[in-house]
Design a protein around this ligand. Structure first.
Ligand code: AHN
Ligand code: ZN
Length: 340
């Protein structure tokens, strides 16, 4: 892939695009390979500029409902908000309502929310995040908080906020492939640390387990999937997660290479991180969709390898970074718009 020069791109761009400031010329434009004779015309891929202010706003809006714990009013209100927002961004919206059974037998009234773009296309990319939040801040340094819910600005809110901004961009300009924005419920109801019974992997990720077995359309498949989890933390470092490398090594490398090309080396670290039980594990195990997880990893953090505020009462807007949202959102946009 040849990087074409800035001046060349400016020469090609319609003035209207430049005037509205919607095109990040150097970082976001690439030309497809042309043959030596120049007979094949250069195909411009215009990649929209990800607006981190917009993503931040969608996180703030989710947080304004309060914790989005299944079986609460705030959870229901947020489901309605996400549904109407995806509709407003021109997606065909599927809402999968189902009863999930929690580790302790509690029935969780759950909803996976899916926004489909270009649903007729057979060539598709699936983008995932979870939208529910954890009922217990069981990693809070103060044990008194362990039974209080997590606000989930980062854990839940951030992945959804980035994907809503991706949806807004797709509605402005469609990429070549069909895109599905898939928001899982009941990811974070995994048995709390204070639970005395056996801890099991499949206590987590109830929405993705359900969707993987019963997709929103029969025989659904996609070329690949990308899960975003906790993608808004300050100074986040995204190492290459173990299951992502195991199930989808080429895709992992492609996404990290793209991030580096865009200059986000500080966030996307070219090293293996931990192996995390998350929604992508069930998507990989149950479906044939190779899926990676973009999730922070802090190798030297004493509080948590997911960062200081993970599963604490401090997972709030104050700890959200627009810079991190931009790094992740712009990388995802580049990957999906360059796919042919
Ligand atoms: C476990 O702690 C087993 N998995 C982390 C998945 C997770 C929780 N992502 C967000 N919250
Ligand atoms: Zn969590």
């Amino acid at each position: 892939m040849n990087k074409i020069s800035k001046t060349f791109i400016i020469g090609l761009l319609p003035m209207a695009l430049l005037a509205c400031g919607n095109s990040n010329k150097k970082a976001n434009s690439e030309a497809a390979d042309s043959n030596a004779l120049g007979a094949e015309k250069e195909i411009q891929v215009e990649i929209p500029a990800f607006d981190a202010d917009s993503a931040y706003h969608y996180i703030d809006k989710q947080v304004s409902f309060g914790p989005r714990v299944p079986n609460t009013k705030a959870h229901q209100a947020c489901a309605d908000y996400l549904t109407s927002q995806l509709e407003a961004f021109g997606a065909v919206v599927f809402r999968q309502d189902f009863d999930a059974i929690a580790y302790d037998g509690t029935i969780l009234k759950s909803s996976n929310i899916i926004g489909a773009y270009n649903p007729e296309s057979k060539r598709r990319i699936a983008l995932f995040a979870h939208w529910d939040t954890r009922p217990w801040a069981d990693n809070d340094p103060n044990p008194k908080n362990h039974h209080n819910p997590v606000l989930g600005a980062n854990d839940g809110g951030s992945g959804v906020g980035v994907l809503l901004e991706v949806a807004r961009q797709i509605n402005i300009k469609q990429p070549a492939l069909g895109i599905d924005i898939i928001l899982f419920d009941a990811e974070d109801y995994g048995s709390p640390t204070f639970y005395k019974g056996v801890q099991r992997e499949d206590h987590w990720c109830l929405g993705s387990q359900y969707w993987s077995r019963v997709p929103h359309v029969p025989n659904y498949t996609a070329r690949f999937g990308i899960l975003l989890d906790m993608v808004g933390g300050k100074d986040a470092t995204f190492y290459q997660e173990g299951y992502s490398l195991y199930f989808a090594k080429k895709l992992t490398k492609k996404v990290w290479n793209k991030a580096h090309q865009l200059g986000y080396n500080k966030y996307f670290i070219d090293q293996e991180g931990g192996t995390i039980v998350d929604d992508h594990l069930f998507v990989n195990k149950i479906t044939n969709i190779k899926t990676i997880d973009i999730i922070p990893y802090f190798p030297n953090n004493e509080q948590s390898s997911f960062g200081d505020v993970w599963h604490t009462v401090n997972d709030d807007m104050e700890h959200i970074s627009k810079e991190t949202l931009k790094a992740v959102g712009q990388t995802v946009l580049a990957v999906i718009y360059e796919e042919k």
